[in-house]
Design a protein around this ligand. Sequence first.
Ligand code: THU
Length: 131
Amino acid sequence: MDERQLVEQAVAARKLAYAPYSGFPVGAALLAKDGRLFTGCNVENASYGLTMCAERVALFKAISAGAREFQALAVAGGEAPCAPCGACRQVLAEFAPDLMVLMADGEGKQVERLSLGELLPRAFRRENLPP
Ligand code: THU
């Protein structure tokens, strides 16, 4: 799957978003190293703080299906390329510190590309925990 296709998968996943409160639908598409693709959308809640971002939905689907290594993530939302929030960066760094992240607007027209290390330098990692 090439980068354009991965962005298109995020754009398609965005159409399934449940975002009645923010009105900001987001889609994500996460490509595992074994070739499997996991998509996600944001899922909001009337108790706003329980909202889950598209990126973590995709990642948790992947982890719960047994995937552990990832090649790339595409995120699509808004009118300008959508960057993953800080919480998602930290959760992604647990599994894929070198992940390539493609950030797109909601229609996938503008795409920016940064590594997760660039988006979250010096992440807190398990090595920081006591032995
Ligand atoms: N959101 C995501 O799903 N991913 C992001 O990268 C940024 C924010 C969601 C959370 C909330 O449902 C809505 O976008 C507005 O913040």
